[in-house]
Design a protein around this ligand. Structure first.
Ligand SMILES: Cc1ncc(COP(=O)(O)OP(=O)(O)O)c(N)n1
Ligand SMILES: Cc1ncsc1CCOP(=O)(O)O
Ligand SMILES: [Mg+2]
Length: 210
């Protein structure tokens, strides 16, 4: 697997309703998205399976990684990775279920202690935030960019920044040490697929190539 670095797009069932899910995600992939998370809080398991299968296929066409939010069973069924929050079940159990190669990310809010535990339990990346005011999850605990620098000094896995990230504030998080920028609203609120692609490309070029 290539090093995880760059734009991390997360789907949103409201912003991507009305037939927008696949065209907008494809535009984000064309624009350079490296990792996609399917985040759908509904209990419509048939639709979730259908959509996740279609997204897995799209990601594979564009050489991007694909993971599922919250649902370890769906991730196992599709043979893909998983993002787990603090209330979403055991990371160690998910690692045992999905195997050593699977990408399993962990929400660490603004706490290095949570990151240390997640790292011990085998997290593939550590996600911090929200860093700015978030349209999607306004109540998420707040973090400041210096946390990324502290995390960089302690952990050897990719660091994800999330929460209210826009093209205007993204650079500060990369400078502070973020490897991946997880974005929902600033990407998928676009009025057209062409604009999603333009925004994704603009995020992607912020990452210096190494
Ligand atoms: C990359 C990334 N970071 C954090 C989250 C939030 O996860 P969680 O705290 O479980 O909240 P929900 O997304 O499940 O509402 C995430 N999904 N992705
Ligand atoms: C899921 C999640 N967890 C912390 S902030 C957030 C939402 C990120 O979305 P946006 O990019 O619209 O702020
Ligand atoms: Mg969750």
């Amino acid at each position: 697997m290539k090093k995880l670095r760059g734009l991390y797009a997360i789907t949103d069932s409201q912003l991507l309703a009305d037939g927008k899910l696949l065209p907008y995600v494809e535009a984000a992939l064309k624009g350079g998205t490296r990792l996609l998370q399917y985040r759908d809080k509904s209990d419509d398991s048939a639709r979730r399976l259908r959509e996740a299968e279609a997204l897995r296929e799209l990601c594979s066409q564009y050489g991007a990684e694909f993971i599922i939010n919250d649902d370890a069973e769906l991730a196992a069924r599709l043979g893909v990775g998983l993002h787990l929050g603090q209330g979403d079940g055991s990371l160690a159990a998910a690692r045992a279920l999905l195997g050593r190669q699977a990408i399993i990310g962990a929400t660490c809010h603004a706490e290095l202690e949570l990151a240390a535990t997640a790292s011990r339990e085998g997290a593939s990346y550590l996600a911090f935030g929200r860093f700015f005011n978030s349209n999607t999850k306004p109540g998420a605990p707040a973090a400041t960019p210096d946390l990324l620098a502290h995390a960089r000094a302690h952990f050897n896995v990719p660091l994800v920044a999330i929460g209210g990230i826009t093209l205007d504030n993204a650079g500060s998080l990369i400078t502070a040490g973020a490897d991946l920028l997880a974005v929902i609203h600033a990407l998928f609120s676009a009025p057209s697929a062409a604009e999603v692609e333009r925004r994704a490309r603009a995020f992607s070029v912020l990452f210096p190539s190494s």
